[in-house]
Design a protein around this ligand. Structure first.
Ligand code: AMP
Length: 410
């Protein structure tokens, strides 16, 4: 069974075409600068070199048409006919409380998805555009929506209710939802595999440290708390997002700087985080390079970044009543020994001890980096959100087929 996985952003479509029975990526790529001049399609078949094509790609429908065309291309393609695509799995950022699991898309589901736009106005409209594009271009091929929020839907109410009037939760759905669910799900399962222990008996903290960053307390395989909240703005310091802050600061700055809602939103999402503190860059590589050159503000941004992660490790160990494993993943988590070391400083009292040599060597590989005496396993695990989306897509269409067969038999 071959599954096309799509991740549609505002001006980009990332894709992977996966032979799910072999867990093998046949081709992957990305269309970027959609709707701008000089759009670019970068495509990498599994057995040939990467190619880059430039042109004008006006919208997501044209972008998906290009993806299908390149997958069919005699020179660069990996399939002969569209019908080789068994299903399309779409990353959808926000499923609200309505979607605790992935779902086969139909007209009713599309309507509910549209009602979730209010919760994620920056992300969901583009995800929906991708689904619409596939419905037009690949009619009859099942579409499955896989949500970033779904893994966190089993959190207990005391972890997701905010200290504001309860009526606002009832009226507007204001609560913690959490994001990066497919990544936290994947690395927590891999951690259990590596440890050769059932996930049901483990207490794991997963740190997804990419451009966006979040941490999750995974107890017995279930997300019991997570650092992102109603939106992906809460929690850790990120590239350009503030993470946790006193809500009164926003009111104060809006009043003093006479900011509109839109400007305040841009300040918190695009001009804060490491970029905002350092004034140098949102990229951890630049922050580390600058701090090593003696830039004290870049050093401060790095200190704030790692200190906050340390605080969350303590908080989540307390939330779960113990800790068996700490997992680092995503761009920074997979690649930066400096960050991993700083995040684990002074946590020996929790049983966390990093082996410096193993830590230095762990670059984008699945490996353990704790010392022999460390009672907590410290793991680096490259994330694979596309694989989770493809596996879930397969499960959902198989379940739908079974239901259909059962109805026939009745
Ligand atoms: P992601 O969103 O998971 O693709 O992660 C992207 C981020 O990973 C970039 O913004 C960089 O800050 C970070 N990153 C990638 N490579 C390295 C590295 N070698 N050292 C530190 N950070 C890195």
């Amino acid at each position: 069974m071959k599954i096309l996985v799509l991740n549609c952003g505002s001006s980009s479509v990332k894709y992977q075409f996966i032979d799910i029975d072999k867990s093998y990526v046949l081709a992957k790529g990305m269309v970027s600068r959609i709707g701008m001049s000089a759009s670019v399609l970068v495509h990498k078949p599994h057995d040939r070199p990467e190619i880059t094509i430039s042109g004008e790609i006006l919208d997501h429908i044209v972008a998906v048409e290009h993806v299908i065309a390149i997958l069919l291309s005699p020179n660069h393609g990996v399939m002969k006919d569209k019908s080789e695509i068994s299903a399309v799995g779409h990353r959808v950022v926000h499923g609200g409380e309505k979607f605790p699991d992935s779902v086969l898309v139909d007209r009713d589901v599309m309507q509910v998805l549209r009602s979730c736009i209010e919760l994620a106005p920056l992300h969901n409209p583009h995800n929906i555009r991708g689904i619409n594009a596939c419905m037009q271009i690949l009619p009859g091929i099942p579409q499955v929506a896989v949500f970033d929020t779904a893994f966190h839907q089993k959190m207990p109410p005391f972890a997701y209710i905010y200290g504001i009037p309860y009526i606002l939760y009832k009226k507007y759905g204001i609560r913690r939802y959490g994001f990066h669910g497919t990544s936290h799900f994947y690395v927590s399962r891999r951690a259990a595999r590596i440890m050769r222990r059932p996930i049901e008996e483990l207490k794991i903290i997963t740190c997804h440290l990419g451009n966006g960053a979040s941490m999750t307390a995974v107890k017995g395989g279930i997300s019991v708390d997570t650092s992102m909240g109603f939106t992906p703005l809460e929690g850790l310091l990120m590239g350009t997002r503030s993470g946790d802050l006193d809500p009164a600061i926003i009111l104060h700055v809006m009043a003093r700087e006479e900011l509109s809602l839109h400007e305040a939103n841009t300040l918190l999402n695009k001009h804060s985080g490491m970029q905002g503190i350092s004034g140098v860059s949102s990229d951890m590589r630049d922050i580390i390079a600058e701090s090593q050159k003696g830039n004290t503000i870049a050093q401060l941004a790095l200190d704030v970044y790692c200190y906050r992660i340390r605080k969350y490790i303590g908080a989540y160990a307390a939330a779960m009543g113990g800790l068996d494993a700490l997992v680092f993943t995503a761009g920074i988590g997979e690649n930066s020994p400096v960050v991993r070391k700083k995040c684990c400083e002074n946590l020996e009292f929790l049983g966390i001890q990093i082996d410096d040599e193993k830590n230095e060597e762990a670059i984008r590989v699945e490996t353990e980096i704790q010392t022999d005496d460390s009672s907590v396993k410290v793991l680096c695990i490259p994330t694979n959100e596309e694989l989770v989306i493809a596996l879930d897509t397969k499960r959902i269409i198989e379940e739908a087929k079974e239901r259909k067969e059962m109805h026939k038999g009745l």
